[in-house]
Design a protein around this ligand. Structure first.
Ligand SMILES: Cc1cc2nc3c(=O)[nH]c(=O)nc-3n(C[C@H](O)[C@H](O)[C@H](O)COP(=O)(O)OP(=O)(O)OC[C@H]3O[C@@H](n4cnc5c(N)ncnc54)[C@H](O)[C@@H]3O)c2cc1C
Length: 426
């Protein structure tokens, strides 16, 4: 898509002026908006779904493992301290392979921080971000509404919404998730492949406390991850489950899916799979399924436009890093836009966009490659390969520099954090 000449203003009803237009008010778009708002940059965030619906249990039951690096981004938006009240710290991580007992143990005693990360409820994150944006002078939230068209001109970009409104800004940020309209409309191709797996998620109640341990049990059909949640209002112990199974979308796969089990049968299956130290476990929410695949945009930028988070890169949740990567995009872009604003430069200038793409592409591609390799390595059940894998994991356990590398990945502190966050820390 190339930049075009300026048309006559006002041709299509109301025109709203701003600096940055964000399409998609999911966790990434809202965080981007709040970060821009914290820097007094004018921004409008648009989502097709109404906020009330997005905060209901029907909309999103998921929790997210927030790394230490992402907590710093949320701190820069001003919401982290509030979120911490309901967040559950991950103190230790146990890695198990197929039928084995614990093979790898990551302990917070081995690192400089109090926790590897925190499990937060997606609804709590959205709520905190809505409230933050509401309090910011320079940010507006338009929802429900959606983009139906946009055109980049020499000195601005015009976005048309379903409601008939037109918004003019210097930069359009596509934060509209995996199936990104912005990416498709800009004709940015992706590289993608399915994993023939789906992740079934739910909340599970259990008899004994989880002791802030996250368990990742790698099985041939996909990982079975148990993530510690804060206790419920009555003091009941809870964890969030991400249970991956083979799934190719066929009728046979649907009939044999764990989604098709009755609650009673699902509870029996849960008790067979959970490590003993949880005691008796039972389903405490609805179940939801997410088909899994990898999709990475070939470019993150086009004239006056850039993509962030899942709109740019969707990965397997095997390492709980999807949104954490998106948070690193947001931090990098936030820093570039803040610098441009301070210098009085055009926020949508090609140099800014190219700098953003250069800063983010390698990290995102590396994480996509690591998660892809993990899915494939742990998906093999051929006995000699399984034995080699076990030896490899035991090697990581014993060789501390490698173990430290993995711990930094889990914490999201392996890459250099942008100056924006470091400055805010002072
Ligand atoms: C089972 C599972 C577990 C996961 N666990 C973790 C984890 O522990 N840690 C982690 O870091 N990541 C995790 N992830 C990944 C994480 O959920 C995603 O990376 C994250 O949701 C991406 O946020 P986003 O805002 O980019 O996209 P989305 O959450 O998809 O939000 C996109 C938003 O854009 C809106 N939208 C779409 N099209 C339009 C349009 N045309 N106009 C206006 N609005 C539009 C949608 O309504 C939506 O609100 C997990 C993913 C799955 C599937």
């Amino acid at each position: 898509m190339s930049a075009q000449q300026r048309p006559t203003d006002g041709e299509n009803g109301e025109i709203i002026q701003t600096d940055v237009i964000i399409i998609g008010g999911g966790p990434a778009g809202l965080t981007m908006a709040a970060l821009l708002g914290a820097q007094d940059i004018d921004a409008i965030c648009i989502d097709r779904d109404a906020p009330d619906f997005q905060q209901s249990a029907d909309y999103d039951l998921r929790t997210t493992a927030i790394s230490y690096g992402s907590s710093q981004v949320l701190e820069a938006t001003g919401i982290w301290q509030g979120l911490l009240k309901n967040a559950c710290p991950i103190k230790d991580i146990d890695i198990l392979d197929s039928g084995s007992s614990v093979l790898l143990k990551f302990l917070t005693d081995d690192i400089d921080q109090d926790a590897f990360g925190w499990i937060i409820n997606n609804r709590d994150l959205r709520k905190a971000l809505y409230e933050r944006i509401e309090s910011q002078q320079s940010v507006r939230h338009i929802a429900p509404d959606g983009a139906i068209d946009f055109t980049a001109y020499d000195d601005y970009i015009a976005v048309k919404l379903h409601s008939g409104k037109t918004i003019h800004g210097k930069l359009l940020i596509g934060a509209d998730g995996r199936n990104s309209f912005v990416r498709k409309h800009a004709e940015i191709p992706t590289r993608k492949w399915p994993y023939n797996q789906q992740a079934v998620i739910c909340t599970v109640a259990h008899e004994n406390p989880h002791n802030f341990v996250a368990v990742e049990h790698f099985k041939a059909e996909g990982p079975f991850a148990v993530l510690p949640m804060s206790d419920d209002e009555d003091g009941g112990h809870r964890s969030s489950l991400v249970w991956t199974e083979h799934f190719n979308g066929s009728r046979h796969a649907k009939e044999n899916s764990i989604m098709a089990l009755s609650d009673d049968a699902f509870n029996i299956a849960l008790n067979q799979r959970f490590p003993d130290f949880y005691g008796k476990v039972s389903l405490a929410s609805q179940r939801r399924a997410f088909p899994l695949g990898l999709e990475h945009a070939v470019d993150y930028i086009a004239p006056r436009l850039c993509l962030i988070a899942d709109a740019a890169h969707g990965i397997h949740p095997i390492a709980g890093q999807g949104l954490n990567l998106g948070m690193r995009d947001i931090a990098a872009l936030g820093e570039i836009l803040a610098d441009a604003k301070k210098s009085g430069l055009d926020l949508g200038a090609t140099e800014n966009l190219e700098l953003y793409q250069r800063r983010r592409r390698f990290d995102n591609m590396a994480m996509a490659a690591v998660t892809d390799a993990l899915v494939k390595i742990f998906g093999v059940s051929f006995p000699p390969f399984k034995a080699a894998r076990k030896l490899g994991l035991m090697g990581v356990e014993r060789f501390s520099p490698v173990k430290k590398f993995f711990m930094q990945q889990a914490m999201g502190t392996s890459g250099l954090l942008p100056n924006l966050i470091k400055k805010d820390e002072k």
